[in-house]
Design a protein around this ligand. Structure first.
Ligand SMILES: *Cc1c(COP(=O)(O)O)cnc(C)c1O
Length: 440
């Protein structure tokens, strides 16, 4: 077997596995809404020498020597990120989206404080107050949901809960919600009860970056995100603010001073919840942010929305029940109850055809989170592969064939071959073979 990635590697066992995973990614149709394919230079930056470096602290204020180049790398990442979102402050150190949210909570809440987020079973995220997560264990978590008739956020319910319970923080943003958010209304609700607003844009960040969805920065105190979903960077988290402000709850820094939120947030990330930053990942974040600032990425982000629209239309045409009847962003949530298939069965069967997506609870689901009634379908990854609107119908057709032949393995085998043939047209990381030829 050929060993890609690095011509000199000696760990054949492990690099064979990496090669197998590369082939899996190349052959399949990737519809997991939270996934994407980074550029090859992002991968190169991730697999680079800053992984050897300890750099606790921040640029210019490190606890270790030898950080002058690391400081330049991290500052570049921060500057590019601030430019993307017109933010005045950013922290690029959170190891993940969950860590980013943890740091925001730590910076401005005390254990036991009330938080109000979108219910997990309605599309919210674990870190927005799920009882299984620290956010639901250390804070008193309250939730709002979506309206049964429309599948869209129930702002009246959010407002009524906020007025009755007076939470310290309202969290908006979701993992499985296909519509845009009314940040202005959320801020008005928060102001009426003295709450702070965190917008977690982990999913649609790349679309917001290009002005294709509402801008949360003007209305929300904090914005957190992952960097590996629509933003198409390495796996990681970020926190940003457009306007800094003095923390209103009197939370003091370790020296007993009331400090601006930016300082408290920096302290919350390090030393609050993390030790040494992953500077090789921060290097890769800088590369990805540089890419987001290009016109090429603007074209990509617009294509994501065009593809999602085309795909939603194809599903609706075939009688699929889309929550909220469509999408404003990069994903759609499909209720399979009218097809008599569970989310679990759909996911597992599509997997056999190398069409990858995830089972997902739908609002007011009557099945457990392990079974679910729905699937979540997203287009950021296939759009990176180069697929356009015309390719959405054939994909939906393949999905439909699998779901209509759910126990017919020979039929599913045929679809799998079709999937491989279909994706051959859209090469993934051709640089790897090109590099091998060059070094041979
Ligand atoms: C994906 C996601 C996260 C968490 O990101 P991880 O990097 O997996 O920790 C947080 N919030 C939302 C809304 C997400 O969708």
């Amino acid at each position: 077997m050929l060993h890609y990635f690095w011509p000199m590697q000696k760990d054949i066992q492990l690099f064979d596995l990496l090669h197998k995973e590369l082939e899996r990614q190349r052959n399949g149709i990737e519809l997991i809404a939270s996934e994407n394919f980074t550029s090859y230079q992002v991968i190169q930056a991730m697999g680079s020498v800053p992984t050897n470096k300890y750099a606790e602290g921040y640029p210019g204020k490190r606890f270790y020597g030898g950080c002058e180049v690391i400081d330049e790398i991290e500052s570049l990442a921060i500057d590019r990120l601030k430019k993307i979102f017109n933010a005045s402050w950013a922290n690029v150190q959170p190891h993940s989206g969950a860590q980013a949210n943890t740091a925001v909570f730590l910076a401005c809440l005390k254990p036991g404080d009330k938080i109000l987020g979108l219910d997990l079973s309605m599309g919210g995220h674990l870190t927005h107050g799920s009882p299984a997560n620290f956010s639901g264990k250390y804070y008193q978590a309250l939730s709002y949901g979506v309206k049964k008739e429309t599948g869209t956020i129930d702002y009246d319910h959010m407002e009524a809960t906020a007025k009755a319970e007076r939470p310290k923080m309202i969290i908006c943003g979701a993992s499985a919600y296909s519509r845009d958010w009314d940040y202005k209304r959320i801020r008005a609700i928060a102001d009426s009860v003295g709450a702070l607003v965190l917008a977690d844009i982990a999913h649609p960040a790349g679309l917001i970056a290009k002005g294709l969805l509402n801008d949360p920065f003007e209305h929300c105190h904090f914005v957190s995100s992952t960097t590996h979903k629509t933003l198409r960077g390495p796996r990681g988290g970020i926190i940003m603010m457009r306007h800094d402000f003095d923390n209103p709850f009197g939370v003091k820094d370790p020296k007993g001073n009331i400090r601006p939120m930016s300082a408290l947030l920096d302290l919350a990330v390090f030393p609050g919840i993390q030790g040494g930053p992953l500077e090789h990942i921060i290097a890769a974040k800088a590369v990805a942010f540089g890419e987001v600032l290009t016109d090429e990425y603007t074209v990509y982000a617009k294509q994501v929305i065009a593809n999602a629209q085309a795909m939603a239309k194809s599903f609706v045409k075939r009688g699929y029940d889309l929550i909220s009847n469509g999408t404003d962003n990069h994903l759609m949530l499909i209720d399979l109850r009218n097809k008599n298939i569970t989310g679990k069965k759909a996911q597992e069967t599509l997997d056999k055809a190398h069409i990858t997506l995830n089972k997902n609870a739908v609002p007011f689901d009557d099945k457990s989170p392990f079974i679910t009634s729905g699937i979540r379908v997203g287009v950021p990854a296939i759009t990176t592969r180069g697929l356009k609107e015309v390719h959405m119908e054939p994909i939906v057709e393949m999905i439909d064939t699998v779901l209509n032949n759910i126990d017919n393995n020979s039929k599913i085998e045929v679809v799998k071959e079709e999937v491989h043939e279909f994706m051959k047209e859209f090469p993934l990381y051709p640089e790897i073979e090109a590099g091998e030829v060059a070094t041979a």
